[in-house]
Design a protein around this ligand. Structure first.
Ligand code: CMP
Length: 140
């Protein structure tokens, strides 16, 4: 399997509970390398642009307000099959459905406050990485 990169976001519910290190340990234990990382505060405009694909969904307002409500840690994870591997480590979107040992099973509070975001496909990974990082900020 090819080496890939994927965009990860540690969401405000997790940064607020000081879980960045414990979540990063899950990524590293799964063989994902954190090749870029920064802690930022997304504006509402940032959140609306990042999640534009969901703008017709009933939860769009709640989602964007939550993502702008506190610090997030945006990261690029690298590894073999990194996109699927990261989704496996995160667990299902709704923590009630997430497998034991996954980040969302251990840390998420609800389907909205679900601790982490990860890209879902190679095309979205490339777009989402470029949304937050320039090439010189990613050091593999
Ligand atoms: P994420 O992977 O960041 O991509 C879109 C997000 O929308 C998703 O994680 C969830 O946190 C959020 N989401 C999905 N369904 C709902 C919902 N019913 N209510 C609130 N947020 C939701």
């Amino acid at each position: 399997m090819a080496t890939e990169r994927t965009l990860s976001i540690i969401k405000p519910d997790a940064t607020g509970r000081n879980l960045t290190g414990r979540i990063n340990a899950k990524f590293e234990e799964a063989g994902l390398r954190i090749v870029a990382q920064k802690r930022i505060r997304m504006s509402m405009a940032d959140a609306e642009a990042f999640y534009a694909v969901h703008k017709e969904r009933p939860f769009f307002g709640e989602l964007t307000a939550f993502m702008a409500s506190g610090p997030v840690v945006v990261q690029v994870l690298e590894g073999e099959g990194a996109i699927v591997k990261n989704r496996d480590v995160m667990g299902a979107t709704n923590p009630a459905d997430a497998a034991p040992g996954t980040i969302r099973a251990e840390f998420a509070q609800s389907v909205g406050e679900n601790s982490v975001h990860g890209s879902d496909a190679p095309e979205t990974a490339a777009e989402e990485i470029a949304f937050f990082f320039s090439g010189r900020e990613i050091v593999g």
